[in-house]
Design a protein around this ligand. Sequence first.
Ligand code: UPG
Ligand code: MN
Length: 738
Amino acid sequence: MGGRSTGSFAVQTPPLHTTELLRRTAFNRVFAAVYTSAIFSLLYHHIRTLVHCKTIVSFSLSFSLLLSDVILAFMWATAQSFRMRPVHRKEYPENLENFIKPSDFPALDVFVCTADPYKEPPMDVVNTSLSVMAYDYPTEKLSVYVSDDGGSALTLFAFMEAAKFARHWLPFCRKKNVMERNPDAYFSTNYASCPESEKIKMMYESMKVRVEHAVDKGKVSEEYIATDQEREAFNKWAAGNFTRQDHPTVIQVLLENSKNRDISGQFMPNLIYVSREKSKTSPHHFKAGALNVLLRISATMTNAPLVLTLDCDMNSNDPQTPLRVLCYVTDPATGSDLAFLQFPQRFRGLNKTDIYASEFKRLFLINSLGFDGIKGPNYVGTGTFFSRRSFFGSPTNPLSPEIPQLHPNRVVHEPINSPSILSLAHHVAGCDYEHQTNWGSEMGFRYGSLVEDYNTGFRLHCEGWRSIFCNPDRPAFYGDAPVTLVDMLNQNKRWAIGLLEVAFSRCSPLIFGIKSMGVMGLGYAHYAFWPIWSIPTMVYAFLPQLALLSGLSIFPKVSEPWFLIYSFLFLGAYGQDLSDFILEGGTFRKWWNDQRMWMIRGSSCFIFGFLEYLLQSLGISAFGFNVTSKVVDDEQSKRYDQEIFDFGVPSPMFVPLTAAAILNLFSFFRGFLQMIGGGDKEGIFLQMLISGFIMVNCWPIYEAIVLRSDKGKMPAKVTVIATFLAWTLYAATSLIFQ
Ligand SMILES: O=c1ccn([C@@H]2O[C@H](COP(=O)(O)OP(=O)(O)O[C@H]3O[C@H](CO)[C@@H](O)[C@H](O)[C@H]3O)[C@@H](O)[C@H]2O)c(=O)[nH]1
Ligand SMILES: [Mn+2]
């Protein structure tokens, strides 16, 4: 950080940001060395056993254990990239005034994506957008673009209403210095009640009633349409052949910052509704496609150098967030190779011990701190401030877009609502526009994976861009996490498929990634191969138990030194995981639930993701982006708040999970009988430990099968199929293990 001299005294300019290496780094490195030796000795043990196998059965058993442990070792080794150099950063937005005047702030384009008015209620999208429109940022530099992939008049209507409400809401927030600028969140807290706030609340409630009424009816009533201009906009839907998958582009400028003023007389930010052209014959590339259209439309209208991407549920919780971003962006020391700043995904309304581990503390926080000490965190799709330039080639090798109007350096002079701009905007939103261009491959958000966020961040890092992790004490954003098990598993299955698409692509992190960026590539490979976690999970959930049921001992005896290696490897990995978790503000109960969810993912959504990916690769089936529902019924949310697992909606993904639970129970009791009956105790001790540990983890499943009678209990169908599966496995293996 540079100094500044005042008169004859050299005064240190107060810093904009600081970075501190975490204290646990040294320990992490030593521990990694010790743990590596333990892994190698275990692998040696496995290979030795394998060589001495005399039968096919014992060979396959040993081979499965070896394969599982090799995969676990791979996961562990690649995860070390997150442990070698973790850092904490701090920003000091209060010092910003020493460096830059508000009139020199860079412009900011905010992208909000939504895709389905029934899974993502338009009122939620509106709340998210209002929360960023109310940022403490010069309004003439702020634009909010909403992408509606649902192509819904209901969402447009909600935004027409929001534009009117914003005229009151924005000055109110400024005047009262409200921190919570998402009206829904504000009015559900203990806000300071006064005549003015009550008046605004009434307006908010009546807007909500109109929007929800329209959503319930599935159309916008005549009485709600106020002007000819609005009617004209809705006429596009009335034309008859307008469907979600097939419709022309709709671009509606709802607020213009050189024209529209709020009730206090201040100009408003730009607000633009976009629903890109869709046609059944052109691929639309889901969210990445939507974001690229917004990149181009915003280029024609405002072309701000800073771009914030948000999911429709991710609303702002701190109006000063853009100022934190400026702490890095305006600092000359930051360098011109900064592609994006990532804020962690945080979630509103998680239950106390986070039973579905939706917080993803490792993914969104711990590992991001680790990456931050190297080249920076991976992009997680939302809460991300990009430099527009980073979408157009590497830091040293810029790519020119196919038309000059999209160039990231261009300054737009015309008003956004002028006919020439609008016609260009429609042109770049067309579904054939990207034909034979670099969009999605070298330019913009990258295609080819259902986790476009992971893929795009990965490719940017490979190109030589950096990123920064920004994790202020007051969370910058809050989003929604799925509150039913099946929603969570479906979301994670989509991620698994998307990750495998990158893992086995031309630019696999394992080869291309490590070649381009060393240790960072390892971290990316760790994520790409997440789904293969299902292999060791399934092996350890079934194999020792099936062996136990046949009275077969497959692990070292307690008295053998190899037993110590096993114990060290297990306790070491779990212990370090727990300590990372606690050091970053977690609790023991949350950690416990987190490790349980990893077992559950490994034996449900990851296997199914794996299979679906295979089927797609063989051309047998195709998958899409199945949007996570942000609506919950009261009963489900009650169960969630009571921390009860929700198996209510049957899913094939529950079957392996339930089969494992049943099998572990039986094998444990079989082993227990053997032990008290004076059989071999030492030989089956480890198998008993594993079964016992899994059983403790499976408690919610036993409860859901036997003890519960509410609607979230295990569907009988699943229990029957799982029991049959467990029994078949037992019958088959007991023949083989003879
Ligand atoms: O065709 C589509 C599909 C989705 N979306 C939007 O993408 C966002 C994320 O969708 P969601 O169903 O909430 O997915 P999640 O799995 O919860 O999201 C995580 O994972 C996604 C990648 O799978 C990332 O894009 C997200 O940013 C990240 O939060 C939402 O705003 C959607 O409206 C679109 O705009 N168009
Ligand atoms: Mn989401």
